[in-house]
Write a protein that binds this ligand. Sequence first.
Ligand code: FES
Length: 342
Amino acid sequence: MGNHSDGTPTSSDAVAKAGHDEVDKFQDPGLPPHRLRLADTDPKAAKRAEHQVAWLFIISIVGTLIFFVGYFGVRLDDTLDTLRLQNTFLGIGVAFAMLGIGTGIVHWARALMPDHEVAEERHELRSEEDRLAAIQIIDDIVDETGIKRRPLIRNTLIGAVALAPLPAIAIFRDLGPLPGNALRHTLWKEGERLSRDPDGTPIRAADVTIGSAFHVIPESLNKLEHGKLNEKAKAVVLLMRLNPEDLNPSEGREDWAYNGIVAYSKICTHVGCPVALYEQQTHHLLCPCHQSTFDLTQECKVIFGPAVRPLPQLPITVDAEGYLVAQSDFHEPVGPSFWERG
Ligand code: FES
């Protein structure tokens, strides 16, 4: 084994030899030569970089302040314009707050902190000697960052880092108070006409063809003077028409549909996105946020995704003029699941 009959090496030998030679040829290239940066040799350039880093931290502070101006300063008045204005302030504020800190730290590290390469041996960190060495390394790092020598950077960094989490605290505050009865009642009531969103024109049952879907609001919504956005957010409904034989109503719900026309809350029971996609062939409703899928033929039972409750159904019928109307409000709270539902 190893040679052909004519004395030439077998191919496996040739490969092994070639690989061995490659290993022999490989040499540790070592660390690249250290190149000094402008700030390493020119104190003015170092000062300039220090100011740039401080400015980036100040931009972060300004970003946080912009967030609070939007959060506390913009009064929401039931119009989309104020909502958009506030969201613009919040978005720009958080973006500047995070970008300022991030780019400031990166610039600081690249321009001012020592950038010499260090090779560290790997071994277990057990002995007291190792522990002291580790502490020494941390001390060296703190020392090398220059944070003690550069109070301008230190102070602006402290300001930026102290302020940056405050928007999150403000947003968490909005998780309360508990919804209480707010999600239990909507504008729907007996005789309330179903109308098209957004123009509010009422819908005749005869106009709803099999396979069609409508985005629906209560007819009285557009007449509201206050709280329109909130009421709309709770009352939006999807209306679809199927073959009546495709529906499988449970006991007590047999008359909640009219001639195959069914109405379900459009607010996803996961975290409240609008369920806006209707798959006509499969009779599935899809939430675009996290792909929860609801089966219309099974009273919008969840068949896929993170939602755990079916979409609440709105019982409907027609009035004397043939317009679709609600029989009552929803029989359960709409929207995401929350504690204290029972
Ligand atoms: S909000 Fe609908 S799946 Fe998450």
